[in-house]
Design a binder for this molecule. Structure first.
Ligand SMILES: [Mg+2]
Length: 173
């Protein structure tokens, strides 16, 4: 079985980093639990949205992300059992291509470079399962799909939703 795993908001807490940076820049106290639905930028005043949009293009943004709870241990077990590949849209933002490979080396050193697909569109991938938080990736994937729960995808209903890495472990290990 070949499994593709997304990075942002699946392996890495990207959403939380946006909130942190927003709070630092505008001296705010926004918390994850304050947000009911949507992207971070949609949950800040209009005057601050532009700045939140810029985070992903800022040098260092992808280096500082915290891995999702249990993602390292579960990925390790999956990696031993299946053909596991990282599939991350890294060509969209100038620095992310380099920073994502540094981040993987730091937190997921067991994932060999041959198993890191830094890509644009994911619909070119052929495999059995894609784990992603974005339905625009899952909708076009030919194979099984897991939607990793995120504030921005709470209203989506067309994919199997998973809430944690422990849940993924229960399903696949
Ligand atoms: Mg993602």
């Amino acid at each position: 079985m070949t499994i593709f795993v997304d990075m942002d908001e699946v392996l890495a807490n990207t959403y939380e980093r946006h909130i942190e940076l927003y709070n630092e820049e505008f001296d705010q106290d926004l918390k994850l639990e304050d947000i009911a639905y949507g992207e971070v930028w949609q949950n800040v005043p209009e005057a601050h949205q532009k700045s939140v949009h810029k985070h992903a293009k800022t040098k260092g943004f992808y280096l500082d992300l915290v891995p999702k709870k249990d993602s390292i241990s579960v990925m390790k077990a999956l990696y031993e059992k299946y053909e596991v590949y990282i599939a991350t849209a890294a060509t969209q933002f100038p620095y992310s291509l380099y920073e994502k490979s540094v981040w993987l080396e730091k937190h997921f050193p067991f994932i060999e470079w041959q198993h890191q697909i830094m890509c644009g569109h994911k619909f070119i991938l052929r495999g059995d399962l894609l784990i992603d938080d974005r339905t625009y990736n899952l909708n076009k994937f030919v194979g099984d799909t897991y939607l990793f729960n995120a504030k921005h995808n709470l209203k989506e209903q067309n994919h199997k939703r998973v809430y944690s890495w422990l849940e993924i472990a229960e399903r696949l290990l």
